[in-house]
Write a protein that binds this ligand. Structure first.
Ligand code: SF4
Length: 211
């Protein structure tokens, strides 16, 4: 393990609740410019159950996670700068309302890094926190010890909780495995239409960067 990875792992030991992993990104269009991605999964504060759920508490949990992310990413960037290693922090948001895709998929990288799998809801599910995480990524032009890619969903076969809960019936009740595309799991345009409407209706009430 190299010096940079050692320093990053030491830093992460100060955040024991945060999951992280590394993956080779030769599968990605950024693979020529950066060798690896570090993926970070920050648990939402509170980890609410269905019984405890309110929109305000959910929003607070996301804000708590975002605060951790805003503290952590500059520290990792600082280590990389100190070592003279090229890096890039890709934006989380989708780039337009047509393709509905981010520049670099944090979810796909998390699966490659062995941190979780795609649920029937196309959300990353982790063993530790289920879907209640905020993902972030840093593309790094260096190599690391990589996680082992997850290639099969670990959702129970008969679980349909997300399918039943989806308010716009966008989910297709399909279990993911490597090679199954997003469109086979979810009608993203249907989902986005409702998300956009919800985002407008919540504006000013909560900091809704998750909708
Ligand atoms: S099928 Fe069940 S375990 Fe899998 S994402 Fe949906 S609710 Fe979660």
């Amino acid at each position: 393990m190299g010096l940079t990875e050692n320093k990053i792992r030491k830093l992460m030991s100060d955040y024991p609740q945060v999951l992280f992993g590394f993956t080779d990104i030769s599968y990605s269009e950024y693979g020529e410019e950066y060798k690896s991605a570090m993926i970070i999964a920050i648990p939402f504060g509170g980890q609410l159950t269905m019984e405890e759920y309110t929109e305000e508490l959910f929003d607070k949990g996301i804000i708590d996670a975002r605060n951790v992310e805003e503290e952590l990413l500059p520290k990792i960037a600082g280590i990389l700068e100190e070592q003279g290693i090229k890096y890039w922090i890709p934006p989380m948001a989708q780039q337009n309302e047509t393709e509905l895709r981010a520049l670099f998929s944090f979810k796909r990288a998390a699966v490659h890094a062995g941190m979780g799998w795609f649920g029937k809801n196309d959300v990353i599910i982790t063993e530790e926190y289920g879907p209640r995480i905020r993902l972030a990524a840093i593309l790094i032009d260096d190599t690391f010890e990589y996680g082992e890619e997850i290639t099969e969903s670990r959702c129970p076969d008969d679980c349909t909780k997300c399918i039943d809960a989806c308010p716009c019936k966008a989910l297709k009740n399909r279990k993911w495995s490597k090679g199954i595309s997003r469109d086979e799991l979810i009608d993203y345009h249907k989902c986005n239409k409702m998300r956009s409407a919800l985002s407008k209706s919540l504006a000013g009430k909560v900091r809704a960067d998750y909708v």
